[in-house]
Design a protein around this ligand. Sequence first.
Ligand SMILES: NC(=O)C1=CN([C@@H]2O[C@H](COP(=O)(O)OP(=O)(O)OC[C@H]3O[C@@H](n4cnc5c(N)ncnc54)[C@H](OP(=O)(O)O)[C@@H]3O)[C@@H](O)[C@H]2O)C=CC1
Ligand SMILES: N[C@@H](CC(=O)OP(=O)(O)O)C(=O)O
Length: 338
Amino acid sequence: MINVGVLGATGAVGQRFVQLLADHPWFNLQTLTASERSAGKPYGKVVNWRLDAPYPDNVSDLVVTPTTVESVKDCDLVFSALPADVATSLETEIADAGIGVCSNARSHRMDPEVPLVIPEVNPDHLGLIDVQRDRGRGGFIVTNPNCSTIVLALALAPIRSFEFHDVRAATMQAISGAGFAGVSAMDIYDNVIPYIGSEEEKMETETLKIMGKFNGSEVIPAPFRVSASCHRVPVIDGHTIAVWIDVKEPVDEVKKAYANFKSPLSNLPLQPAKAVELLDQSDRPQPRLDRNRGRGMTVSVGRIREGLRFVALGHNTIRGAAGASVLNAELICSKKYL
Ligand SMILES: NC(=O)C1=CN([C@@H]2O[C@H](COP(=O)(O)OP(=O)(O)OC[C@H]3O[C@@H](n4cnc5c(N)ncnc54)[C@H](OP(=O)(O)O)[C@@H]3O)[C@@H](O)[C@H]2O)C=CC1
Ligand SMILES: N[C@@H](CC(=O)OP(=O)(O)O)C(=O)O
């Protein structure tokens, strides 16, 4: 078993980590950190469990520690669900202290030596761990993408061998993406908010890094353009994206590419049977009906029409956050980086 901790374990993403790690076959969840407000008390006493999944009783007695390097010194690997302003320096210090960091935070995603990984799309980018180690780092930082970016990149993966230059995406993003205290009921009820700070820029840059080529020392970004428009909608979980892309192949051929898409992974505990699932019904995917496919790890694609146009959907705090990080960690272990 690999000893792991969760940084920011009481938050929206932190709780998802705890849910996914409490009974994980490879990882022994031994450390939970949060802010000074929560530190020193048993997790069961400070966490306000708000997931639609049972609370894992076996973590109740773990005493929450402050979020410091010292707190995680006995861990082999930590999962970070920290606010980005806290994550930036702390994740660096933890990795420099010899511990692996799988982070959800945006802080290091675009650092040239940090892999930004989706296991089914760019597993080879983990080679950047060697680049970090070659310059003397004992541990490593590996990141997963922004929650909208990961849905878009997985939806593009089955058609990446077709020629295209221009991807346009309009998101409809769930309120859980903003954290528990993120959007008030007065703001979101009966409403759509057509602005999510920096989200469009993240989709436009992260997608190109993920779908870029790793040449052994750096990632050369993919040569197409992404243009995004991001919107918050009154959905609890599940980000939906309408996509337009200048693929010239006929719809039937595109559908075949989705139907035939095979994940390159095998035997990772959290990998879904289908990373991308093509839905035939004319009114799918829908967040309430489709976000939990593959235990929240499957991205659903539907409404493929000439143009080329389609709709993609993924669970933003599972495939878009904690689940993405845990799958990255499983890949890291299977590649013997840990
Ligand atoms: N991949 C993705 O796209 C996604 C990434 N995220 C990212 O994940 C991170 C967490 O998001 P979310 O769970 O929504 O946030 P929350 O606000 O719900 O939770 C924040 C967590 O960090 C802790 N924390 C807050 N301030 C400090 C501090 N100064 N020092 C130590 N710990 C602190 C909190 O502890 P306490 O309870 O004690 O306050 C809590 O455990 C963010 O970086 C966010 O951007 C989020 C969603 C999707
Ligand atoms: N911005 C995302 C969640 C998030 O925190 O993203 P990031 O980790 O890229 O900052 C959302 O609102 O749904």
